[in-house]
Design a protein around this ligand. Sequence first.
Ligand code: SF4
Length: 360
Amino acid sequence: MNRKWELKEVLDIYNGPLLELVFRAAKLHREHHNSRKVQISTLLSIKTGGCPEDCSYCPQAARYHTDIEKNELMTVEQVRSAALTAQANGSSRLCMGAAWRNVKNNSDFDQVIDLVKTVNGLDMEVCCTLGMLTENQAKRLADAGLYAYNHNLDSSEEFYKEIISTRGYEDRLETLDNARKANLTLCSGGIIGMGETSEDRCKMLITLANLETPPESVPINALVAVEGTPLEEQKTIPIWEMIRMVATTRIVLPGSVVRLSAGRTEMSSEGQALCFLAGAGSIFAGNKLLTTPNPDFVEDMDLFNILGLKPEKAFANGKQPKTKFDEKGSKEKVKWSRPDHKIEKNIEYSKKRKAVQKGK
Ligand code: SF4
């Protein structure tokens, strides 16, 4: 049975003396994981931009009019080629992201099923992040050979309302539950540096840790403030806060792989080394993370060599799923919420960007 955490004890961990915190996390990391191995994942944007949601940090939200290049859903051949390159560069997992509010039972979803089958056939771990998902859709993905589903909680339930108005926290939890019911492994974490408090960060970790089965993978992202999004003026989070967050995640979720995700271009090699010491067991490779910059592969390998780290092989923590016969045609009713509470910053930026586009 997983341990139930209280806010005060997690806050005490998070706010403790930094070196003691790193030491405790490093010790625990060595008890639960091979500290010499780091899993490399490649995040591939298979459908970019034009998203109807209003996540304040995201350049792919249509309403903010950022400079990203929009792309329709990638073909099987495009994805196969990207996956082979990622694999040749040491990635054992391919995470495919589509800028959708939720999965729809249409030909695009049928194509995603083919993409999953293709990448699983290359003996890579396949992860998808496609927005909200019903149980039946999760089952179709699992039958296609999906290994993990990514769906981040982003922050605490309270702070979530400050950054997103087009869906509720309960929708996130329901999708995680649907993915779990289909026996998919879960990848769910958050972003720091959006203006949240340390209490929000700790509350998010408690929600994840208190799930019946905590996520196998917990990405910790540092906000990359993109021009044209409501959070464009947020300051880069100090590396010390990232180290604190990684170490606290390690302690609160000892069995999960902690993924050092967005924001690494702003981190020094020494800062990243401390994150690995504090329990980070995975990075995202490739010079782009969906739409934001990321260190290139050679830079990462140089750092691995200096630190004596090795890339983890695929399916080190679980069995490769078998691709099964695909049963299409779900009749499920979808009931995702649309809270539509006001987020002044989001409304203000939508107007501002529209005006800039019209040349006002
Ligand atoms: S984070 Fe995802 S759901 Fe939110 S706006 Fe971006 S692509 Fe859409």
